[in-house]
Design a protein around this ligand. Structure first.
Ligand SMILES: Cc1cc2nc3c(=O)[nH]c(=O)nc-3n(C[C@H](O)[C@H](O)[C@H](O)COP(=O)(O)OP(=O)(O)OC[C@H]3O[C@@H](n4cnc5c(N)ncnc54)[C@H](O)[C@@H]3O)c2cc1C
Length: 386
């Protein structure tokens, strides 16, 4: 096998395979010599991706369900709202891996190797990847492994952790047109705590118990709360658990670099490039926006090392401020989100969380929450405080 490539994709999860998909769907880039390295060849349905968008994205054919109506619940607010522009969408990772891997199989210029990467560096003005079995070079290395992750600890990072159950009932009990985005009517002793209820049929739904806190819980604790919620709040006695997923997403103030090296030959993508939103953990949509731009630049012979824009920096500051408020406990997640959902049009909140809000929407959002905790946390981010 040739060890020289145009591009090396280091890590073949969401970001690596999304990039591959973007490359293979472009007439010019699909002829490039591409090497994909990951010890795992993922096929399993190991995660469910939910996100919202205004238009159909590149993965629309594998969207397994979408909702136009969402619900939000907290102790003192309950809202059901129909979205005007956005659709809340769900993709199963198993369908995603299959779509991309099946497409890649039809390209002899794409090679997969199952090796663990021990180092990525620049060699002259090329990217070089070392594995336990060899060394590979390319014009660019696109990295989604954790090799360049900044240090994350309890001081700068909150964990978003969750267990989700796909449940199936005999009788129709769900409305598959309405999803619950957040139900905060739960014990908040561990930190920001809520349920998602995402029905895909009148007899099937994903129910996910989600927390933002410094530490994960024991498997039993997730299970107990899921069982209680399904029985007492959803009032469902008989159901079968058809699939279960557990996840931990870092919500971090640590600074992730978008690229590495003197010649910017190593491009960090996905979570590794800082595309996990620090205040919400959502990643899918931000990864796609970044990688579409990366592919577009490669196509035009431009460097794919994309620095954050002023708008990116503004939203990062909002994220770090919100995360700091949550971490210092100066306001709880439940209070923040219920203040927002009481006073602001839900579509504007979604636009804000998608980094797509207008100046006017941001003004209303700022006015909906008590000013002091946010000013203090916002100033800390400007002054570089932890
Ligand atoms: C269960 C779960 C559910 C989620 N749900 C959502 C959601 O609903 N919406 C949303 O927006 N986000 C969600 N996320 C967050 C985020 O979208 C995912 O974590 C996403 O998979 C991140 O993409 P990635 O490519 O950065 O990382 P991954 O998909 O984890 O891919 C990284 C890849 O790198 C490989 N790798 C690691 N180390 C090495 C090495 N040394 N050598 C070679 N390869 C290596 C890994 O094997 C892996 O395949 C979820 C996360 C989890 C865990």
């Amino acid at each position: 096998m040739s060890k020289d490539h145009d591009y090396i994709i280091a890590g073949s999860g969401l970001a690596g395979l999304s990039l591959l998909y973007h490359l293979l769907n472009d007439d010019l880039l699909k002829t490039k010599n591409i090497l994909v390295i990951d010890p795992l060849k993922k096929k399993e349905n190991d995660r469910t991706w939910c996100f919202w968008e205004k238009h159909n994205g590149p993965f629309e054919p594998i969207v397994c369900h979408q909702w136009e109506t969402l619900r939000f619940f907290a102790q003192d607010v309950s809202r059901e709202f129909e979205m005007e522009k956005y659709r809340y969408k769900m993709i199963q990772s198993g369908d995603f891996y299959k779509l991309v891997l099946d497409l890649a199989e039809t390209f002899p210029n794409v090679t997969f190797i199952n090796e663990k990467i021990s180092g990525i560096a620049e060699k002259g003005n090329r990217g070089s990847v070392k594995t336990d079995a060899g060394e590979y070079e390319a014009e660019y290395v696109f990295n989604s492994t954790g090799l360049f992750h900044p240090e994350m600890d309890e001081k700068n990072t909150l964990l978003q952790h969750f267990t989700g159950w796909y449940i199936k009932t005999e009788q129709p009990v769900f409305n598959s047109k309405i999803a619950t985005l957040m139900d905060f009517r739960l014990n908040q002793q561990h930190g920001t705590t809520f349920m998602y209820v995402l029905p895909t049929k009148d007899t099937e739904a994903l129910v996910e118990y989600t927390l933002f806190s410094p530490k994960t819980l024991t498997p039993k604790e997730y299970e107990t709360e899921l069982r209680r919620y399904i029985r007492e709040d959803l009032q469902i006695e008989d159901y079968e658990i058809t699939h279960s997923e557990f996840g931990v997403i870092p919500m971090s103030k640590a600074r992730f670099k978008r690229y590495q090296g003197k010649y910017k030959r190593i491009i960090n993508i996905g979570t590794a490039g800082g595309f996990t939103k620090p205040s919400s953990g959502y990643t899918f949509q931000f990864v796609q926006t970044h990688l579409e731009e990366v592919a577009n630049r490669l196509k035009h012979n431009q460097s794919p090392a994309i620095s954050p824009t002023l708008t990116d920096r503004k939203f990062l500051w909002y994220d770090l401020t919100l995360l700091d408020v949550l971490m210092t406990g100066s306001m709880t997640g439940e209070k923040i989100f219920s203040s927002l959902f009481k006073k602001v049009k839900p579509e504007s909140i979604l636009a804000f969380l998608a980094n797509e809000s207008t100046f006017w929407e941001e003004f209303k959002i700022r006015n909906a929450v008590p000013i002091l905790p946010f000013v203090i946390s916002g100033m800390k981010q400007i002054l570089g405080g932890k």
